[in-house]
Design a protein around this ligand. Structure first.
Ligand code: HEM
Ligand code: HEM
Length: 172
């Protein structure tokens, strides 16, 4: 097992995997077009909003506990590229849910889930909501694509390069 200083904190590891699970569920239960007004996908809203809450919790936890320094075997250029990729993921984890929240508000769809209401952040409109729905859809797809590339790189590190990168984020 890696030393504690070489791994992410337990809180960050828990948030990482919970976020991954919620993103996949949000994606699988997403709906678009007219169906959203007729039958709002409440599980999509709830899992997506949970991702947004968790990304802020994660930033606070990261600021408090920090991240382990890159392994010595990683070239500084590669470490910098990883940092950029992660920053992009963070940005999408914020922009994705925010644009969805805005789209849901414009659609004026009720968002009650177990008595919890998501407040509107924009005035509802009767007809089309403009490009925000498509922007959100592109954002949602982008999270999945980038996370897929990110997961493939993590597996490459672990099993081909054998530098134990996956163990840095492993709950075991
Ligand atoms: C990680 C979080 C999220 C992901 C990956 C995601 C992904 C997606 C995808 C792929 C679609 C298009 C579905 C289709 O056209 O079949 C969609 C639609 C939608 N999502 Fe999300 N979403 C997320 C968070 C949210 C949140 C937090 C809300 C609202 C509170 C939301 C509200 C909506 C709405 C209203 C639509 C329909 C937009 C339209 O067609 O006009 N999403 N989402
Ligand atoms: C939706 C899915 C995922 C998202 C949004 C995501 C997001 C992130 C982010 C933002 C970081 C940077 C953490 C930080 O420094 O604060 C990270 C690190 C990491 N992720 Fe993911 N991840 C996802 C899925 C996965 C999967 C499936 C794997 C493994 C196959 C994985 C393996 C890792 C590893 C090993 C690290 C640590 C990298 C390092 O030490 O620099 N992630 N992830």
């Amino acid at each position: 097992m890696l030393a504690k200083s070489e791994r992410y904190s337990n809180v960050l590891i828990a948030i990482h995997w919970l976020t991954a699970l919620l993103v996949v569920i949000a994606y699988l239960v997403s709906e678009g077009g007219r169906r959203v007004r007729l039958d709002p996908p409440l599980l999509h809203f709830a899992t997506g909003m949970a991702v947004l809450v968790l990304v802020f919790a994660r930033m606070i936890a990261r600021a408090a506990s920090g991240a382990p320094p890159p392994p010595a075997s990683i070239a500084p250029r590669l470490a910098r590229a990883a940092q950029l990729g992660h920053a992009r993921l963070y940005a999408l984890l914020i922009a994705g849910p925010l644009t969805g929240w805005y789209a849901a508000s414009r659609l004026g769809v009720p968002s009650d889930l177990y008595g919890l209401r998501i407040p509107a952040i924009a005035a509802p409109v009767k007809g089309g909501i403009g490009p925000i729905g498509e922007i959100h859809q592109i954002g949602g797809n982008a999270i999945l694509i980038l996370a897929g590339v990110h997961a493939a790189i993590a597996l490459w590190h672990q099993f081909l390069r054998r530098d134990r990168t996956l163990e840095r984020m492993s709950p075991f």
